[in-house]
Design a binder for this molecule. Structure first.
Ligand code: ZN
Length: 349
């Protein structure tokens, strides 16, 4: 792997925000602050097409984030009136968050992956959704006094519900209707059910969202209304990127790099090693649950230190591995995992 975003990498090490950069002809990288989050910023991309432009992953909506994005547009020589399209690689707040505001300012359409819609519409009844999530946490063996912090709260769900819904859905092989239709959509479910990447053959760049990052593995979680086997989807999505060998990778966080196949191989081996760790725990425990397995896995700061969202992510990541093992033929009998039909569709919650 060769780090091409050397200024971005230095900024990452220095814990500061990297500069706005022109990374290819008519393609700008704009860091947008992600407040109170260790990722620190989202890399938005502005892609010019004559007088028009597309904004990919506008970033988290905050007063400073809006200023960051406006500064990026100015540096690229455009303004709100030029923005005709907004595309988010997935619905998370650090990607889609500012899309609603930017749409209001510019009149641009908002595009999301085809499979992302279902997930957003799941938040229409947050009370029921939150209750179902608490019930699932109990089935996972989460102790009663930890359920409140691990389960999705109504407040959290309402926050997600306010994200912009899409005017346009895009799927595998579609071209994005700006930038001379040179951007091709690659569906990469895993991190979210409808995550998409963009391939730009003319510039030889690959916009990877959170699917492939240079330093960390994206979180892959088993969620109630999400993919019934997200780790399998993620691994299959990684397999599909082999062809884009020499393209520069433009991720949504950290820094850009070259060497996609190496990174893909490494991410796959990390995921499979983690599954192997889960297998060892399954074999060692008498009456395992998602909770007891998660508690014994290695976590960078230790399981005991995990709370709130980090605890939730740890549990749902463990559940994703348990589900992957089960659909691979390991009959471990852990409860609280969705039934999966032969086609991979969820048949029960
Ligand atoms: Zn992200």
């Amino acid at each position: 792997m060769e780090i091409t975003g050397t200024l971005q990498r230095q900024a990452w090490l220095d814990k500061v925000i990297p500069p706005v950069e022109c990374v290819a002809e008519g393609l700008w990288s704009v860091p947008v602050v992600f407040p109170r989050n260790p990722m620190r910023y989202t890399l938005s991309y502005i892609i010019l097409d004559g007088d028009d432009c597309l904004v990919v992953d506008p970033g988290f909506d905050s007063p400073q984030g809006r200023l960051d994005l406006q500064a990026g547009l100015r540096t690229a020589g455009v303004g709100f009136r030029n923005v005709t399209g907004i595309l988010a690689t997935h619905f998370h707040t650090d990607h889609l968050g500012m899309a609603g505001w930017l749409r209001d300012e510019s009149g641009a359409w908002v595009a999301l992956g085809r499979a992302e819609k279902r997930y957003i519409s799941a938040f229409e009844d947050p009370g029921d959704e939150s209750a179902a999530d608490r019930a699932r946490m109990r089935t996972w063996g989460v102790p009663e006094d930890r359920i409140r912090e691990a389960a999705m709260s109504v407040g959290g769900l309402m926050h997600l519900k306010h994200l912009a819904d899409a005017d346009l859905r895009v799927g595998d092989g579609d071209t994005v209707p700006v930038a001379g239709r040179r951007l091709t959509v690659v569906e990469t479910p895993g991190h979210t059910p409808g995550h998409i990447c963009l391939r730009d053959d003319s510039r030889e760049v690959f916009i990877s969202g959170d699917h492939v990052l240079p330093r960390i593995s994206p979180n892959v979680s088993l969620e109630i209304r999400g993919d019934a086997d997200p780790l399998r989807s993620c691994l299959e999505s990684l397999d599909r990127l082999e062809a884009d060998t020499h393209f520069e990778v433009l991720p949504a966080h950290e820094y850009r790099f070259r060497g996609l196949p190496d990174r893909v191989r490494h991410l796959k081996s990390l995921a499979l090693e983690r599954s192997e760790e889960v297998v060892q725990e399954l074999n060692a425990q008498v009456d395992p649950t998602v909770w007891t397995i998660a508690a014994k896995l290695s976590w960078s700061r230790g399981f005991e230190s995990l709370g709130n969202l980090q605890l939730r992510l740890a549990l749902s990541e463990t559940a994703a591995h348990l589900q992957y093992l089960r659909t691979s033929g390991f009959d471990h009998g852990i409860e609280g995992l969705p039934a999966v039909s032969r086609t991979g569709a969820s048949t029960a919650g």
